[in-house]
Structure formats: structure tokens, C-alpha cells
Design a protein around this ligand. Structure first.
Ligand SMILES: [Zn+2]
Length: 378
């Protein structure tokens, strides 16, 4: 039934997932449908158990008692996976990307088929109930998944993978449809439907962590980009007199913000090995060399956000990723640099700093699976 569903019915499901339960009259108004068409379109979805009727309330449109429609969110489960160089992160979510169960563990064996078997084992451990679909996200430093002849071939050098046809392998192992996506793109989709980007037609996402990621939502759609182009974002020169990055040029976001760059610069100053989280703690507590370093990185981030907003014309920039604590510790410097590079106009860009929960990356995979289910696209 789901495969042959008309687009109007898909729009109803999407509206209910993103904006919550609504009366039939409110839904009809939002989607420019007659109440007759709405009833005709929703009946098979209610019969199939995808939509449910909630308890009687008074309709905000006409004041009559009504039973709002909602999606049966918890009854439809999705698997989200994120693969890093050494770990596999898995979450089970409902139809609104609410996390029902989560687990991460080391990757036993980097062979693609072995990783798919491990994903299947995690799925069976996390839920006894069947899942509707799955989504895998892969990324880190703008690395690659390329579309060739219709099938997505995954290049993931950190896993030792070159041109792996991951989707069919994963679908065989899991027994459900599986989407394979760049991790930053998946996170942008997640924020668009379920995060601070909900209801926004345009926003940018910048992720800070092992690498620097970028995604742009414009007119309600993710701007498609080649991996190679996305990889350039982390090496856009912000200050030619800035610190060096591993690729040998100076003052790029990678040099200022990537976890390893921050750790190395702090290590030189402190004359010992130091982890990223400790650098942030030391900077927050006022230790001089870490504080100076993190403040400089915060100013670079402010300048980067100003560039993103000015060129793409978005009014909201969301910051996420496991290194996002830097934006909180150096918030004053970030704001000052952002204002300075926006012609001195304070508050011209809203900066939203997200939690640095690593599960969010796997949740992005589940969101892509939910979106393919709802919109009927791959
Ligand atoms: Zn660079």
C-alpha cells in the first residue's frame, strides 16, 4: 500500500510527523485540501495503522469537538547507524526520530560484509520488534560516497573501503530498505525535521569535531554537493597568517577548530599530551595558554559563521558535532568576531549551539530512513 501512495497522502504524514497531531480541518487548511479529500486520503492510512485518532478536543479552527489525527510514532521503528574508523553507533527510533534504544561498540572486522553482519546483530539486540527501514551515515573529513550508475559507491578510507556497494549488502543483512548518506547531510535533515531547523526554510549547519562539516538547507531542501566540494569547506582560508593545518596551508577552519589541531596546539603550549575535552575544561577554568588558544579558535569560528551567513544569505547557523563545546567556551569571542564581520551589526545571525551527543550522528541515519519512508524516495 505504502509504495503506491499519492503525494498528497505523503504530505499529510510528513506534516503530522514534523508538526504534531492536528485536526482534519487544520490539516486541510495547511495543505490546501478540501476536508472531503483529506478524509478520503487519510482513511486508508488510519485503517493501515500508520495514522491514529487522538482523544476528543475542540477544533481550533471551528470550535467543534474533533479527534486530531496523529502518526503512530512509537509503533513504527527505524534503525540509524553511524560508522567511524573504529566504532559502530546504532540507535532505534520511532517515526519522530525519538530514541528508543541505543548502543555503540568497536567494529569487530572492517570487511564490509562483516560490518553489515555486526549491524544486524546490533539491530536484533536493540529491538525485538521489526523495523521499517534503516539509514547508515558515513563521513569524517568530507570523505566520500559517489553516485555511479545509480548505485551509491562508498569510499571510506578510514575503514579501508574503496567503492563499496554498501546499500545492497546492508539491505541483505538487515532485511529492510537501507539509505546510505553523508553524515553531515543526514544531520542537516535531522535538524530540519526534528531540531532547531524545524519550520525554517533556510539554515546552515556547521559541524566541529575530527573534521569540519558543512551543509545548507535552502527553500526547504538540502543543497546537493559533491563530497570534494564539501571537503573544501574545512580548508577555506580565514587568515593567511593563522596556524598551519595538516595540508600545509594556514588559518583554515581545520587549523583552528579540528580536534587534533586543538590538541596539538595545546600540547605544544603545555608541553604534554592533552585531549580535546581537557583543553576545553582548562580554557573554561581560565588556564592561560588554553584560554588564549580557544579564544582565537572562537574568533575564527565567528568569522566562518559570518562568511557562511553572508554568502548563503541564511539567518540561522546551527553548530553541532562532538567538538561544539568550543563554541560555548569561546562564545563571547565568537559573537564579537561574527558581529565584526557583519558590518558591526549585532544579532544579524542566529547561532544555535547543539548538544555534543555522539548518538546524534546515528540518529541522523534514522532520520534519513524516516524521510525515505515518508517521501518514497531513495
Ligand atoms: Zn587547511
Amino acid at each position: 500500500m505504502w509504495d503506491t501512495l499519492p503525494d498528497a497522502a505523503r504530505s499529510i504524514v510528513k506534516e503530522l510527523i514534523i508538526h504534531g497531531p492536528q485536526s482534519r480541518t487544520a490539516l486541510a487548511k495547511t495543505l490546501h485540501l478540501s476536508t472531503g479529500s483529506l478524509t478520503r486520503l487519510t482513511k486508508p492510512l488510519v485503517d493501515a495503522g500508520l495514522l491514529v485518532e487522538r482523544d476528543v478536543v475542540h477544533d481550533p479552527v471551528n470550535g467543534r469537538p474533533t479527534r486530531p489525527l496523529d502518526v503512530a510514532a512509537a509503533e513504527h521503528r527505524f534503525l540509524g547507524l553511524k560508522l567511524t574508523a573504529d566504532r559502530i553507533h546504532a540507535v532505534i527510533t520511532g517515526l519522530r526520530a525519538e530514541v528508543i534504544a541505543a548502543k555503540d561498540e568497536p567494529i569487530d572486522d572492517h570487511d564490509p560484509e562483516a560490518v553489515c553482519r555486526q549491524a544486524r546483530r546490533l539491530l536484533d539486540e536493540l529491538t525485538g520488534a521489526p523495523v521499517v527501514g534503516a539509514g547508515v551515515t558515513i563521513g569524517g573529513n568530507g570523505r566520500a560516497a559517489t553516485q555511479v550508475g545509480g548505485e551509491l559507491l562508498v569510499d571510506a578510507p578510514y575503514l579501508g573501503w574503496h567503492q563499496v556497494e554498501l546499500r545492497p549488502l546492508m539491505e541483505r543483512a538487515l532485511g529492510v530498505p537501507c539509505a546510505v548518506t553523508n553524515d553531515v547531510a543526514a544531520l542537516a535533515h535531522q535538524h530540519h525535521w526534528f531540531g532547531p531547523g524545524r519550520g525554517l526554510r533556510d539554515f546552515a549547519l556547521v559541524t566541529i569535531g575530527a573534521g569540519i562539516g558543512y551543509a545548507l538547507i535552502q527553500h526547504d531542501h538540502l543543497v546537493a554537493a559533491a563530497e570534494a566540494d564539501l571537503g573544501m569547506f574545512g580548508h577555506l582560508v580565514l587568515d593567511p597568517g593563522g596556524p598551519p593545518c595538516p595540508e600545509g596551508h594556514r588559518g583554515c577552519p581545520t587549523a583552528y577548530l579540528a580536534s587534533r589541531s586543538v590538541e596539538m596546539a595545546a600540547g605544544l603550549a603545555l608541553r604534554r599530551e592533552v585531549g580535546y575535552d581537557e583543553v576545553m575544561r582548562l580554557a573554561a577554568s581560565g588556564e592561560r595558554s588554553c584560554r588564549t588558544l580557544v579564544r582565537e579558535s572562537g574568533r575564527a569560528l565567528g568569522r566562518l559563521i559570518a562568511l557562511v551567513a553572508t554568502i548563503s544569505l541564511v539567518k540561522t547557523v546551527i553548530l553541532a558535532g562532538e567538538g561544539v563545546e568550543l563554541a560555548r567556551v569561546a562564545k563571547d569571542d565568537l559573537d564579537a568576531a561574527l558581529t565584526e564581520h557583519r558590518r558591526g551589526l549585532p544579532g544579524s545571525v542566529e547561532v544555535v549551539i547543539e548538544d555534543d551527543d555522539f548518538r546524534e550522528w546515528a540518529r541522523g541515519g534514522a532520520v534519513v530512513a524516516i524521510q525515505s519512508f515518508v517521501t518514497g524516495s531513495d
